[in-house]
Design a binder for this molecule. Structure first.
Ligand code: NAD
Length: 490
């Protein structure tokens, strides 16, 4: 609904109650353009501060956020319906800002110029690279980890010297208020960092204003973002969906494998891009594995009626519950057997998908090919390692994957055959527990440089080349046709 100023009101649903208990006015394209213009004007000053001062400002923001930790956790809890994970998320985000403040000076390199060198081709010509931050970078983020994913790329960009506009998901926007308040304590940063609110229209308007866009979200939206960025010839970093597989080898310790798969697939109720969504287990241990997996899953409780109990939070975005229910119905209609959970539950207006284990699944079912984004672990038996690799690679996605066996070497050699960016060996989901590794996604999971390791700051730097003639200018005579070495004799 548009108000008098032409902005749209967004209603925000509480995932624990289904009640709309928050609303906000979206920023209009004109407002976003104004904000972008102001940030652009101030960015040169931010860049000129130098990396040490920028890192200090980021550290000060981390302190200011920590001082509002309780308000931020409360906002996040309202939007996501989970308490413990909200605490972990806020603490992780503060740690991440401090990590970059420490890491950035070295990762960026104190000197924003390369070494001056002579050209190997023309000795009188010398060259030197200059490293320049993109003036204004844009960030569009999803609802599953609202704080983490709105800051994950923006913080290194700010450290690099860019100004930044962040547009978080309209589904989970409450955390923006405490983050904006924290910005008031750090005027230098407030000048170059803005949050704008809204949905698709605000996202598209943002792409029109920035010099580089980092998007985290679905494949469908990612494609629209890539198209809009291509029209403007700006770089786009796209972090999209996943359908991550795990292969459990016959040599694996079943208890350890179950522990790892449960955490890898059911944390945050499966609402993570790198959740395990497909489990391939060698036939020799399949039945024993499923037995234990189902028992473990059945023992997990939803975090209702109290938010302080259980392991499984609500489905944050109601339309996702329909996708989960449709995938379950399709699989069951095609012969899948439910060993735990199996249906989306409504409790006091909120929606929960209890920990679900399916067996007797195959790749004709959406649950094995499309992103489910729920607490569902479908398990399929395999006979040979070649078959397991082929099944793992039978996907349009390629975000991450895992292989579990008795030894590192045995699991590693198979992991190396899987087409995914992050491969966990003898555990699941290690990509979010470590910052150092560099990776790119495959297929529908996105494109762009690595986003977590130290080198990811380089995504926000453009290289310019200064090419200097120290001798006489090259004469046009050198270009004369008659001087061509291949000219035939007259
Ligand atoms: P989404 O694509 O629906 O929305 C993501 C963001 O894009 C939101 O801020 C939304 O307002 C904005 N948006 C919507 N339409 C737009 C348009 N036309 N132009 C520009 N922006 C637009 O995704 P979602 O449902 O919020 O998030 C869930 C998805 O995100 C899942 O597919 C999940 O796998 C993915 N995800 C990926 C990663 C990763 O790092 N690879 C991490 C988390 C989530």
């Amino acid at each position: 609904m548009a108000d008098a100023a032409g902005s749209h009101q967004f209603a925000v649903r509480n995932p624990r109650t289904g009640v709309v208990d928050y609303s906000f006015a979206a920023d209009t394209p004109a407002q976003i353009a104004e904000i972008a213009k102001a940030l652009r004007t101030r960015q040169p000053k931010w860049r000129a501060l130098g990396i040490a001062e920028r890192a200090n400002a980021l550290s000060a923001w981390a302190d200011a956020i920590e001082a509002r930790r309780a308000a931020l956790i409360a906002a996040l809890t309202h939007d996501t319906g989970r308490w413990h994970l909200s605490e972990t998320e806020v603490d992780g985000a503060i740690r991440n800002i401090r990590r970059w403040a420490k890491l950035a000076p070295e990762a960026l390199g104190a000197n924003m110029r390369g070494e001056e060198r002579a050209s190997a081709l023309i000795p009188t010509v010398r060259y030197q690279n200059q490293y320049v931050p993109y003036p204004l970078a844009g960030f569009i983020s999803p609802w599953n980890f609202p704080v983490t994913l709105s800051l994950i790329d923006a913080v290194p960009a700010l450290a690099a010297g860019c100004a930044a506009i962040i547009k978080p998901s309209e589904i989970t926007p409450r955390f923006v208020e405490p983050l904006r308040e924290a910005l008031n304590d750090v005027p230098a940063l407030k000048e170059v960092l803005a949050f704008v609110l809204g949905g698709a229209e605000a996202g598209q308007a943002l792409i029109e204003e920035v010099d580089l866009i980092c998007f985290t979200g679905s494949v469908q939206t990612g494609r629209k973002v890539a198209e809009a960025a291509a029209r403007r010839f700006i770089p786009a970093s796209l972090e999209l969906g996943g359908k991550d597989p795990v292969i459990v080898l016959p040599s694996a310790d079943i208890d350890r494998a179950v522990e790892s798969v449960v955490r890898g697939g059911l944390s945050n109720a499966g609402q993570a891009c790198l959740s395990i969504e497909r489990v391939y287990v060698h036939r020799s241990i399949h039945d024993a594995f499923v037995e234990k997996l189902a028992a473990k899953a059945a023992a997990l409780e939803i975090n209702w009626p109290s938010i302080h109990q259980g392991h499984i939070g609500p489905v944050i975005h109601a339309p996702q519950a329909k996708i989960i229910a449709d995938h379950l119905a399709d699989a069951i209609a095609k012969g899948a057997k439910v060993r735990a959970g199996g249906e989306v539950l409504e409790r006091d207006g909120g929606l929960w998908c209890p920990a679900t284990v399916l067996e007797n699944v195959n790749h004709d079912m959406a649950i094995m090919t499309e992103e489910t984004f729920g607490a569902v672990l479908p398990v399929m038996a395999f006979d040979t390692v070649e078959e397991a690799i082929a099944l793992a690679n039978d996907t349009s996605f390629g975000l991450s994957a895992a292989v579990i066996g008795a030894t590192t070497d045995e699991a590693r050699v198979i992991a190396e055959e899987i087409n995914a960016g992050g491969l966990s060996v003898n555990d699941c989901g290690l990509t979010i527990m470590t910052y150092e590794p560099e990776k790119n996604s495959f297929g529908f999971s996105g494109m762009g440089g690595s986003r977590m390791g130290p080198a990811s700051i380089q995504r926000f730097i453009r290289k310019k080349a200064l090419i200097i003639q120290t001798g006489n200018p090259v004469s046009i005579d050198a270009m004369e046709e008659s001087k061509a070495p291949s000219r035939p004799a007259a």
